[in-house]
Design a protein around this ligand. Structure first.
Ligand code: PLP
Length: 432
């Protein structure tokens, strides 16, 4: 399967090159040259397939024979190794829990699959790769965990100083080995800019092999489409219209859902739920895409002012605003509304949701108010509430349980390298 750059469809590479390189030479994002519909028999049999069997069939559609069947089975067994259950809260609302992986966020699916796929392609190449990743919180820990001790790969995680939760910071800074945590004096957008600058620095690239693990890497998006199929399988009432609400920042999760729909999955509507970082919501409403500086919110993994996967969505629908806004509803919410929603779900269903999932629920409610029919809604719960325990405990009378896999890193002491938001600082570290 060939992948083209969103900046130039003639600029094509193999899947292997797309995943190892991350970003195209012309700074575009890689897109599969075709997204084929899966056969009818696949959908008929869906309820009999395991999550891993589904993942295999979906991955095959994107990778074709660039990875042998046996190797692909191996990669999936070792990366998609925890469940994605839906929890039914009411007749029209189910929560898709995507936090059962090691770092308690949906990004584990993408990071683990990508790490093992890269490891496979690097085997025998005798090449060392440096992965550069900017994080607004969850990406860093998922990627660092996914690549921990993977041979031939070093990881530098850039995070904005003081702007991620203490737990998130512990998850990134306590791993050691081939993982280096870089604390940037600045915002997430600064971190993302530094990463992008490194990728176009020809002088640097002549010295080291750089790759990206942000959601711009197609290797992270592909596995995120697996759980749309897996959760659809679990929906009881499929006669009604099916709506997925996706808490959105860089729009990677949403894009993966759109890929699933292209493959034939019967999702009628997507909801892009945003916090006060509402660039995409404004685009849906007004047709204009105007990136701006991000603002801090309680759902900090969605504090993104210039969502990178926007380019893929535009490419997928040939820049047709009407088509995009018919398919995707979007709405933005304040921190106050988010906290109220967490309390409401706890009071009414005894369910503790994290701030990102709460924004997803708010947007689903809003969507329901605009239509006159019954729908079946699935809200993606993108992180475990314990990752945002401070937000929840400081503001509400709710105490989330902390899973053991999170407890273990909390007692360790972290290590970071501090830099300014100037590119020269980052370059210096990369060269050493
Ligand atoms: C990364 C993240 C998001 C945003 O996902 P995108 O794919 O960037 O839109 C939402 N919630 C949580 C908890 C996240 O970690």
């Amino acid at each position: 399967m060939q992948y083209y750059s969103t900046n130039n469809k003639e600029n094509k590479v193999s899947f292997k090159q797309a995943i190892l390189q991350g970003l195209a030479n012309d700074k575009g994002l890689f897109m599969p040259e075709k997204i084929s519909r899966l056969p009818e028999t696949f959908f008929k049999n869906l309820s009999h397939l395991s999550f891993q069997e589904i993942a295999f069939k979906v991955a095959r559609n994107f990778i074709e024979d660039e990875i042998s069947e046996n190797e692909l089975h191996f990669i999936i067994e070792n990366s998609i190794s925890f469940e994605a259950p839906i929890i039914k809260l009411s007749d029209d609302l189910s929560i898709l829990e995507l936090f059962h992986g090691p770092t308690l966020a949906f990004k584990d699916f993408g990071a683990r699959f990508m790490a093992r796929t890269m490891e496979y392609f690097l085997k025998g190449l005798n090449k060392e790769i440096t992965i550069l990743v900017a994080t607004s919180g969850d990406t860093g820990s998922a990627v660092a965990n996914g690549f921990l001790n993977v041979e031939g790969i070093k990881v530098l995680v850039l995070f904005p100083s003081g702007k991620i939760s203490k737990i998130q910071e512990k998850q990134i800074t306590t791993l050691g080995n081939n993982i280096t945590a870089v604390e940037v004096e600045g915002t997430f957008d600064d971190c993302q800019r530094l990463v992008k600058t490194a990728f176009v620095d020809e002088n640097l690239k002549s010295k080291i092999n750089l790759s990206s693990a942000n959601s711009i890497n197609i290797g992270r998006l592909i596995p995120q489409s697996f759980y749309y199929f897996e959760s659809y399988k679990q929906i009881e009432n499929k006669d009604q219209k099916i709506v997925y609400s996706v808490p959105s920042g860089n729009l990677g999760n949403l894009t993966a859902g759109l890929f699933a729909k292209e493959m034939g999955l019967q999702i009628n509507k997507f909801i892009a739920a945003t916090n006060k970082n509402d660039v995409f919501t404004k685009f849906i409403g007004e047709g204009k895409f105007l990136p701006k500086a991000s603002v801090e919110t309680l759902s900090n993994a969605m504090d993104v002012g210039d969502p990178s996967n926007f380019a893929r969505i535009i490419d997928l629908y040939k820049n047709d605003h009407k088509v995009i806004s018919d398919l995707i509803f979007s709405k933005s919410f304040s921190d106050e509304e988010t906290l109220n929603k967490i309390q409401y779900l706890y009071d009414n269903f005894k369910y503790v949701i994290d701030p990102h999932g709460a924004v997803g629920c708010l947007a689903f409610d809003q969507y329901k108010n605009t239509i006159n029919e019954n729908v079946s809604g699935v809200v993606l719960e993108t992180a475990h509430p314990a990752k945002f325990i401070n937000v929840i405990e400081d503001n509400l009378n709710i105490i989330p349980e902390i899973p053991d896999r999170l407890k273990s890193c909390l007692n360790k002491i972290g290590n970071t390298i501090k830099i300014s938001n100037q590119y020269k600082d980052l370059k210096e570290i990369l060269q050493n």
